[in-house]
Ligand binder design. Structure first.
Ligand code: RIB
Length: 299
């Protein structure tokens, strides 16, 4: 079986429980605080590994992030190409409101140190059967995309966080756009989900669009296929990392089985389970739990 090479961020998440998102000029007391492992890249690598697909994480942490490296190893991620830099690890400050919704501030830290040598080394051994997964919390994405395509890999881009840098990347080289509605609107100017998919495919006709819609499920579109997967209703504690869990489980299941419908269903179930637990990486379920959840939904 081939693997997913995930060039992505690692963060230390400082999570504050708050009664409502803080307003301009307001000082707000939090009702709880905890430090969690996070970063979209790390979360996605753990989700891929939990879904049972081989994954190599490429990226960097500072000395203060060695515990993140240990956690990835413990959860089955290959960290051969994870750098330990002099720059401190990326940080995130998260507000979680009583409905489980979040607002996040990130500080790039080691995620924004130049990592071309790490991606070079990781792609050096690639055979072309792998998928390169990227998100938008790391520098060096353009080089990573171009090198991966030169080696014959497929490239999946979770366009989060969406900004001008993400839109300036060579998007014609992307095979899978994994976006939510807000990111889809920023990318296409459209607000209606099927129009977002149409607009992406008009511009990048050879790509696949995976449009996540929160409680409304997910759409999968290519030039030939038009699928939808409902979301599984659950009691939400914390939505942080749900998109990362979905992305990792979707790509891993697709790579293992080549079945898009199964990948969508498994990823939707994993994302649903993730929002029932606090934290990002800590909330990513095992494949055993995902399969049990799906079995209870089927009966
Ligand atoms: O997607 C969730 C992640 O976004 C958090 O873990 C935080 O680190 C930010 O990167």
């Amino acid at each position: 079986m081939s693997q997913i090479i995930n060039y992505g961020s690692c963060c230390i998440d400082h999570v504050f429980q708050i009664p409502h998102f803080v307003r301009a000029g307001e000082t707000l007391s939090s009702t709880g605080y905890a430090i969690f492992p996070g970063g979209k890249g790390l979360n996605q690598s753990i989700a891929v590994a939990e879904a049972g697909c081989a994954v190599t994480h490429v990226g960097a942490v500072g000395e203060d992030g060695r515990w993140l490296a240990e956690l990835m190893t413990a959860r089955g991620v290959n960290i051969t190409h994870l750098g330990i830099t002099n720059t401190p690890t990326g940080q995130a400050i998260l507000q979680i409101d009583p409905s489980g919704e979040n607002a996040i501030i990130i500080l790039g830290g080691a995620n924004l140190a130049a990592h071309e040598h790490l991606i070079d080394a990781a792609l050096n051994d690639a055979t072309g059967d792998e998928i390169l997964l990227i998100q938008n919390e790391t520098s060096g994405n353009e080089a990573a995309i171009r090198q991966a395509k030169a080696k014959g890999l497929q490239v999946a881009f979770n366009m989060a966080p969406m900004n001008a840098n993400a839109r300036a990347l060579p998007l014609a080289l992307i095979d899978y756009f994994i976006i939510n509605e807000t990111e889809g609107e920023a990318l296409t100017g459209k607000t209606e989900p099927s129009e977002i998919c149409d607009a992406v495919l008009d511009q990048y006709p050879h790509s696949a669009v995976v449009l996540t819609l929160g409680p409304a499920g997910v759409l999968f579109r290519t030039a030939e296929r038009n699928l939808s997967q409902p979301a599984y209703p659950v009691e939400t504690v914390d939505t942080t990392g749900a998109g990362d869990t979905f992305t990792g489980y979707f790509l891993a299941t697709l790579m293992k089985t080549q079945q898009v419908e199964l990948a969508l269903q498994t990823a939707a179930a994993a994302a649903a389970l993730s929002v029932t637990q606090p934290g990002a990486a800590t909330s990513i379920p095992t494949l055993h739990d995902v399969n049990q959840f799906l079995a209870t939904r089927a009966s």
